[in-house]
Design a protein around this ligand. Structure first.
Ligand code: KIV
Length: 274
């Protein structure tokens, strides 16, 4: 058996174990340096299509392409060795047909080496989840607030606040679970709905803006690091990197303008002849 078959990476079984045990620690990663830093601590790294907004300055995730996801997926896989890595299927890469979904999901798996893909799962998507899982592709579902559907919803709005919507999100979650997803992100829903779904589904639920009643938590890493001046209410900022970076760059600019950088220590000089 070749050595690479003895991977130290977490598997779907490790993720599934969270249903009964310690909450899953999940974060987004899009680049190699960040993946290397998060790998030791996180159970799951998600190469989320939020990369379009966080890294590429897009207004929503709708403009993200398969090529972008593959490129960022490759970077994260290269720099991590422990965490379970999931890559998002971007808008337009899985909705047209089961064949389209398999073709693009298998491309993501082959070209990045990731362990699973994630799809945003309206009720119609249960067939896609089953089709991919039957063909060897583990699928994480994403229910509740679905960022790829914000054009239909009229913005990034919390879900399940009316009885009708609550029942719709619950139905979508149960359908994805029955179709065989190994885990499920629940985004932007009230605590009681997250608790109700978590109690009913067999797979672990991973909350983002969905309370502590889920089997794990995920955040956009740049949000928790304080990289933006605005973050959604459900984010807790654990650092102020935006402030840190601003102070560092101001210090550099001041030193350059005062000819205080580079100094002697940062300057090459001619070697003295022996
Ligand atoms: O794209 C993403 O980062 C996500 C998380 C917010 C769950 O889907």
């Amino acid at each position: 058996m070749p050595a690479q078959a003895q991977s130290a990476r977490k598997t779907v079984k490790d993720v599934a174990a969270a249903k009964a045990g310690t909450p899953l620690v999940c974060l987004t990663a899009y680049t190699a340096p960040m993946a290397a830093m998060l790998d030791e601590v996180c159970d799951v790294l998600l190469v989320g299509d939020s990369v379009g907004m966080v890294v590429h300055g897009l207004p929503t995730t709708v403009g993200v392409t398969l090529e972008m996801m593959i490129l960022h997926g490759q970077a994260v896989m290269r720099a991590s060795k422990r965490a379970f890595v999931v890559v998002d299927m971007p808008f337009g890469s899985y909705e047209a047909s089961l064949e389209q979904a398999f073709m693009n999901a298998s491309r993501i798996m082959k070209e990045t080496g990731c362990q699973a893909v994630k799809i945003e799962a309206g009720e119609y998507a249960a067939a896609t989840v089953r089709h991919l899982v039957d063909r060897g592709i583990p699928v994480m579902a994403h229910v509740g607030l679905r960022p790829q559907a914000t054009n239909v919803d009229g913005g990034f709005k919390a879900k399940g606040r009316t009885e009708k919507e609550r029942s719709k999100v619950n139905t979508e979650a149960l359908a994805a679970d029955q179709a065989g997803c190994f885990a499920m992100v629940i985004e932007g829903v009230a605590e009681d709905l997250a608790a109700m779904i978590t109690a009913q589904v067999s797979c672990p639920t991973i909350g983002i803006g969905a309370s502590a009643k889920c089997d794990g938590q995920i955040l956009v890493t740049d949000d928790l690091l304080g990289m933006f001046d605005w973050t959604p209410r459900f984010v807790r900022r654990y650092a102020d990197l935006r402030g840190e970076i601003g102070r560092a760059v101001e210090g550099y600019a001041k030193d350059v303008r005062a000819r205080a950088f580079p100094g002697e220590k940062e300057t090459y000089v001619l070697k003295k002849a022996p």
